[in-house]
Design a protein around this ligand. Structure first.
Ligand code: NAD
Ligand code: UFG
Length: 347
């Protein structure tokens, strides 16, 4: 079992991954500045894993761009245990904000990653799992999308992820010993089946799933469906929705692989390989929550694609990992979270 550093562990994907990694017996230091995460999420992680797991969770408030915060995090483990690997979630993820404020996106996502990698080098830690995104593919030329597809991002958020991917490739080529996984997530949704942790976006959600859950719980009146005229089976956009617990388990598998097999640079899609349209997600969620979800078709959102679906076969081949949970389970678990926490982590 390893001592790990988890950046952004108080966020949506990070908190679920903390549960999986603690349940697997690892010890964690979480570094988070709470810009989009919550200390309450980590308290709930600690409750979910019980006293033994909670003892292996240590939390440091700080910023990945600040070398002294990183230094504190690398030395925060009880009894000074050295960090063997880093799982790097910390970053900004709103496409629209990235268009309006590219400097901040490059600062946090690229500058923050650079500063983390420099700290890893100083500490002699060379094993990293990085949160990349299907957004690096831009407008896909072929679906399902394999990892060999061209990297051609179309917005500053995507550029920042592609830049870090390139930096990681350069680093792996520069010096022996680096073991890096670049994980390209498709559409992470759902919540822990307990309903204790889930997605809690600040302000108006940018993404479909949290928008639906907030309409279902009465926080918002109606879901706007962005386009009914896409070249898809029902005219609405198709995506590869992946249950956040499947995604969290994918991180566990990637980490295990790096720590035991020692691949230098691994690039993997994490998706289900199944596409679902916006209307399908809405109908499935209506069944899960037993309510009708008001929705209206509006104009397409600029920058959207008709269909984005992963070819996840490489992850299955290399890690022996594949998604286990259906869209129905995604909707049931997402509803359990939102119903129990109508205002998210806020009282
Ligand atoms: P999130 O915003 O819920 O979590 C990110 C966490 O990082 C938050 O807790 C936030 O407080 C923290 N953070 C941000 N900037 C920081 C900084 N400078 N220093 C320390 N902590 C900082 O997002 P998420 O959905 O959990 O996404 C995690 C990662 O996965 C991100 O890098 C994101 O770009 C990537 N990703 C997310 C999606 C998605 O749809 N959710 C898809 C593909 C990739
Ligand atoms: N959609 C709506 N109404 C909404 C929000 C979204 O109809 O209110 C539609 C979109 O047009 C799209 C689908 O729902 O067809 C999914 O949209 P999301 O905004 O939930 O997700 P995206 O596929 O646009 O992007 C997400 C993340 C990106 C990440 C990408 C990876 O936001 O950061 O998945 O595939 F890179």
């Amino acid at each position: 079992m390893a001592q790990l550093l988890i950046t952004g562990g108080a966020g949506f994907i990070g908190s679920h991954t903390c549960v999986v990694l603690l349940e697997a017996g690892h010890s964690l230091v979480v570094l988070d500045n709470y810009s989009n995460g919550s200390p309450e999420a980590l308290q709930r992680v600690a409750s979910l894993v019980g006293p033994d797991g909670a003892r292996r969770l240590c939390v440091v408030e700080g910023d990945i761009r600040n070398p002294s915060d990183l230094e504190r995090a690398f030395h925060a483990a009880p009894a000074g245990a050295p960090v063997e690997a880093v799982v790097h979630f910390a970053g900004l993820k709103a496409v629209g904000d990235s268009v309006n404020d590219p400097l901040t996106y490059w600062d946090v996502n690229v500058g923050g990653s650079r500063s983390l990698l420099a700290a890893m080098q100083r500490q002699g830690c060379r094993t990293l799992v990085f949160s990349s995104s299907a957004t690096v593919y831009g407008f896909p030329t072929q679906v399902p999308i394999a990892e060999t597809a061209p990297v051609h991002p179309i917005n500053p958020y995507g550029h920042s992820k592609a830049a870090v991917e390139q930096l990681l490739a350069d680093l792996a080529a520069s010096e022996a010993g680096w073991r890096i996984a670049r994980l390209r997530y498709f559409n992470p949704v759902g919540a822990h089946p307990s309903g204790a942790i889930g997605e809690d976006p600040l302000g108006t959600p940018n993404n479909l799933f949290p928008f639906i859950t907030q309409v279902a719980v009465g926080r918002r009146p109606v879901v706007s469906v962005f386009g009914g005229d896409w070249p898809t089976q029902d005219g609405t956009g198709v995506r590869d929705y992946i249950h956040v617990m499947d995604l969290a388990e994918g991180h566990g598998a990637a980490l295990e692989h790096l720590l035991t097999q020692g691949d230098t640079l691994l690039t993997l899609n994490l998706g289900s390989g199944q596409g679902h349209s916006v209307l399908e997600v809405l109908r499935c969620f209506e069944t899960a929550c037993g309510r009708s979800i008001p929705h209206q078709i509006v104009a397409q959102r600029p920058g959207d694609t008709a269909i984005t679906v992963a070819d996840p076969s490489r992850a299955q081949q290399v890690l022996g990992w594949r998604t286990q949970r259906s869209l129905r389970q995604i909707c049931e678990d997402g509803w359990a979270w939102q119903r129990a926490n109508p205002q998210g982590y806020r009282p």
